[in-house]
Design a protein around this ligand. Structure first.
Ligand SMILES: Nc1nc2c(ncn2[C@@H]2O[C@H](COP(=O)(O)OP(=O)(O)OP(=O)(O)O)[C@@H](O)[C@H]2O)c(=O)[nH]1
Ligand SMILES: [Mg+2]
Length: 372
């Protein structure tokens, strides 16, 4: 392994472990050059073999490639993920290809974040392409479509009625459908089923490409699909920053009514809680990786009651999760921001601090230490 790759591997480990130092370094790096391609599909569909073939083809065009293999079921054990050992070994020997496998750490949300950050790292390292392999059946566990500029959904013949069951989550995220193992019986039928399904959808249809990944058949066509990305404007650092919106706090007059409204949109509230310290009743409604936090005053002298009295119901605060709260606090102090408290532990044991609206552009800001 080259020195550069060794440094990259160490950085990747730091990022996977959510090490504040590694995340801070990542935040200081420039990114936004790489093309990010997601390859997802059921277990054993031949995703790794396809990714290896794609990487080989891209190398022939003198592109540099990073491969990230994500395994949410945590059955990952390094090389075992990467299927065909001999084929992969050749990739490992190529200094133009960097390979990394990841297993679940800190749940699916954590994995999604770490994957996005890792992709950003590979981008910052100057790779032309980042190929991300994820197992996905129906629900896309790590949100690959949010991260990738092009998502390939890999299907195989003989899935039969499975096409129906995987349909829900996968139809919307596919930019390209790959029918791999087209050497097996049933490829025609699968293609027909897929076409029938796509004909019900509006708008442009994603192309269907047949491949036999083990023989390199159809790979040129896939590379061509990937090549279409070059005609598109480059996204501006599409990967996520290591700061995240943890929740938006909304002050309301009537918690029940507000919950009913948001549940009407499709969110689901966790059971309401009363936080004595802040004199509020709180309902949390998870929304993706973030939450909406509805707040109703539990006493007329609570800050939320005063807020509603003065400004009416509405956005009360924005809460950001940061990788290193103390570093953020130090930076804010140095910049002259007004902090409303020293970092202190909240109900869940997490550390947080409030920043006065006069420093933030007009909204109360809560900073929360990301859990290691
Ligand atoms: N016949 C045939 N076999 C294939 C093809 N592509 C892959 N395989 C084989 O299918 C098996 C699974 O391939 P992988 O590339 O490991 O599949 P995967 O989707 O990455 O599997 P997981 O990562 O475990 O979900 C291997 O034995 C491959 O050699 C193909 O086009 N035709
Ligand atoms: Mg695999």
């Amino acid at each position: 392994m080259s020195l550069e790759d060794r440094v990259l591997a160490r950085m990747a480990t730091g990022i996977e472990n959510r090490d504040p130092h590694a995340l801070a370094v990542l935040d200081s790096l420039e990114s936004g050059h790489a093309r990010i391609v997601g390859v997802t599909g059921p277990p054993g569909a031949g995703k790794s073999t396809l990714v290896a073939a794609l990487a080989t083809a891209l190398r022939q065009q003198a592109k540099t490639v990073a491969i990230i293999a994500v395994d949410p079921s945590s059955r990952a054990s390094g090389g075992a993920l990467l299927g065909d050992r001999i084929r992969m070994q050749r990739l490992y020997l190529d200094p133009g290809i960097f390979i990394r496998s990841m297993a679940t750490r800190g749940g699916v949300g954590g994995l999604a974040r770490a994957t996005a950050d890792l992709a950003r790292l590979m981008d910052a390292a100057g790779k032309d392409y980042v190929l991300i392999e994820t197992v996905g059946v129906g629900q896309d566990e790590v949100g690959i479509a949010d991260l990738a500029q092009l998502t390939m959904v890999v299907l195989v013949p003989g899935m039969g009625d499975d096409v129906q069951t995987i349909k829900a989550g996968i139809m919307e995220i596919a930019n390209v459908f790959v029918i791999n193992k087209s050497d097996q019986p049933g490829a025609d039928r699968l293609e027909q089923e897929l076409e029938a399904m796509l004909s019900l959808e509006e708008g442009p249809k994603p192309p269907i490409v047949r491949t036999v990944a083990t023989e390199g058949i159809g790979i040129a066509e896939l590379v061509e699909q990937v090549g279409h990305l070059d005609g598109l404007p480059r996204p501006i650092a599409r990967a996520r920053s290591s700061c995240h919106i943890d929740h938006l706090g909304i002050a309301v007059r009537n918690l029940k009514e507000a919950v009913r409204f948001y549940e009407g949109i499709g969110l689901t509230a966790a059971p309401c809680q009363t936080v004595e310290q802040e004199k509020v009743h709180v309902a949390m409604l998870p929304a993706g990786e973030s939450r909406i936090e509805l707040l109703e005053a539990s006493s007329p002298d609570s800050t939320v009651a005063k807020f509603v009295e003065k400004r009416g119901p509405g956005l009360h605060h924005v809460a950001l999760r940061v990788p290193d709260l103390q570093a953020a606090v130090d930076r804010l102090r140095a910049a002259g921001a007004r902090l409303l408290n020293e970092p202190r532990a909240g109900a869940g044991g997490h550390l947080y601090v409030f920043v006065d609206p006069s420093s933030t552009g007009g909204v109360l800001l809560e900073l929360i230490q990301e859990n290691a």
